[in-house]
Design a protein around this ligand. Structure first.
Ligand SMILES: C[S@@+](CC[C@H](N)C(=O)[O-])C[C@H]1O[C@@H](n2cnc3c(N)ncnc32)[C@H](O)[C@@H]1O
Length: 469
């Protein structure tokens, strides 16, 4: 292709696959890839390739010739604008199919890894209303819909609570109804918005970095508990007490109302003090007969229904034995640690967030588990010798790092320890594949099991079992 780009047409282009951002993928006659918005695999379209950016071709649909059998009408009125749920126009079975294909391609392309066996992806029975954590942004400059723009009516108030538009940190869509969490969070959020507008609270302006109301986090549990965390940009005692007092009186079912003052550049609250206005600092959750306390700074799997499935599958793949010593690295609240501890000799959980470790210790006592040890530490600082001296050589290591995956430092420790098995759980198969490639010098990658924790999106959780060669 010449470097000077000229628009061109493609007739009867078949959409072969779909990207994580929901764009369809077709090919030119020469095999070059073209990305096209608003179509899904199986569609056949006439299109115009109108842009080449960073060597990628972008097309727009001129005419649909055939609509994919996998098309469905998106449930959400915000589909197409909101940054979440980008696969909502594709039926659920097709979503699973494309996640499955994607994982296999990633392992081949990034890690060049030969996996002995891929188990079929495990579906999530609930396609909506499955999330137990949602984070909404306040904005004083809501994104205007095409309808609002074309109506030419002057919009006096542009306050919003919602989600960012994909890739746009300063643009927020006002969400009227989100289908990812149970109904009640919509009702509460909409009432909070009304109260704040009626009482002249200032919503955050992301560009100017000003305004009082910044973010609102909901956390719920299957035991019916609910936590709200308000992130304010600055402290205003009267405004905080008025708003939180209103919520406490109006919504009796909210068990914890917390707040934090965050005037930093970024939204992270890990290094800030969080204050309890009402109720407890945590909500309780039960998985597989065990109880856990979830606090604002601690990680907890976000799918209400699949967490149990993820942990059961992990247990099944590991074939844990009575005498096994298990290290659970990146253990969060020690959920997997406690699941496994019921079936083995000893579990050691390591996690960087102090609050999570404190609650892991508390819940393991509450659950009557005596063969479990938790340590607050940065995984990147652990040394093989210290660990082995303290806890003994592990037969099994469980890894569940954040999206960035493992660092070279921890991979080096894993290669030195040479445990019999490693179970690597990841929500980002790309970094998982990269890490597996390095680990595969000592370990054979025997099993791969994808679990759908994130319906309506391209995201997927993947568990891989490695055995020492
Ligand atoms: C994906 S979560 C997994 C938590 C847990 N396995 C679960 O299923 O709930 C990753 C965890 O790693 C922790 N983490 C991130 N970086 C870390 C580090 N350098 N050292 C130790 N823990 C870390 C996070 O705080 C988080 O709790």
């Amino acid at each position: 292709m010449s470097s000077k780009f000229k628009n061109f047409l493609i007739s009867d282009a078949v959409i072969e696959s779909i990207t994580s951002s929901g764009a369809g993928v077709a090919r030119t006659n020469h095999g070059a890839v073209v990305f096209i918005k608003n179509c899904i695999p199986g569609d056949i379209v006439d299109l115009e390739v109108f842009k080449k950016k960073k060597n990628k071709l972008h097309g727009k649909i001129l005419k649909f010739k055939f609509l994919s059998k996998d098309r469905v009408t998106p449930k959400c009125e915000h589909f197409g604008i909101c940054g979440g749920c980008k696969w909502q126009n594709m039926n659920y079975n097709a979503q699973l199919h494309h996640k499955d294909i994607e994982i296999k391609q990633i392992f081949k392309k990034i890690g060049n890894i030969q996996i002995k066996k891929y188990l079929p992806i495990v579906e999530c029975k609930e396609h909506y209303g499955f999330r137990n954590k949602m984070e909404f942004s306040f904005s004083s400059t809501k994104w205007l819909t095409e309808k609002e723009i074309s109506s030419k009516k002057k919009i006096k108030n542009r306050d919003a609570i919602g989600f960012h538009i994909s890739g746009m940190w300063d643009k927020v869509v006002d969400i009227k109804y989100c289908h990812l969490q149970k109904d009640v969070s919509n009702e509460i959020r909409n009432e909070i918005k009304k109260y704040c507008i009626d009482n002249n609270y200032v919503f955050f302006n992301h560009r100017k970095k000003e305004g009082f109301l910044r973010t609102l986090t909901f956390r719920t549990s299957s035991l019916g508990e609910m936590m709200l965390i308000f992130h304010f940009y600055y402290y205003d005692k009267q405004k905080i007490e008025m708003l939180l007092g209103f919520i406490k009186t109006r919504f009796k079912k909210i068990s914890s109302i917390l707040y934090v003052i965050n005037n930093k550049e970024n939204d992270s609250i890990y290094n800030l003090d969080i204050f309890t206005y009402h109720g407890k600092y945590y909500i309780k959750e039960k998985i597989g007969g065990l109880y856990f306390k979830i606090s604002p700074k601690s990680f907890f799997q976000t799918n209400l229904y699949q967490t149990n499935v993820l942990y059961n599958k992990s247990l099944e793949m590991l074939e844990i034995k009575k005498n096994d010593i298990v290290y659970d690295l990146y253990c969060g609240l020690g959920t997997i640690s406690q699941y496994i501890a019921q079936y083995c000799k000893k579990v050691v959980g390591i996690e960087i967030i102090d609050e999570a470790i404190q609650l892991a210790i508390e819940s393991s006592k509450m659950n009557g588990l005596k063969n479990i040890y938790f340590e607050k530490d940065d995984i990147n600082n652990i040394s093989k010798l210290d660990l082995l001296r303290k806890y003994g050589k592990p037969n099994v290591i469980i890894l569940d790092p954040p999206r960035q995956g493992l660092t070279k430092k921890i991979i080096k420790v894993l290669l030195e320890i040479k445990s019999e098995k490693i179970l690597y759980i990841s929500c980002n198969p790309s970094t998982q594949a990269r890490d597996l490639e390095i680990l595969s010098c000592e370990y054979e990658v025997t099993l791969s099991q994808a679990i759908d924790m994130f319906p309506q999106t391209s995201h997927v959780e993947n568990i891989v079992l490695l055995t020492n060669k």
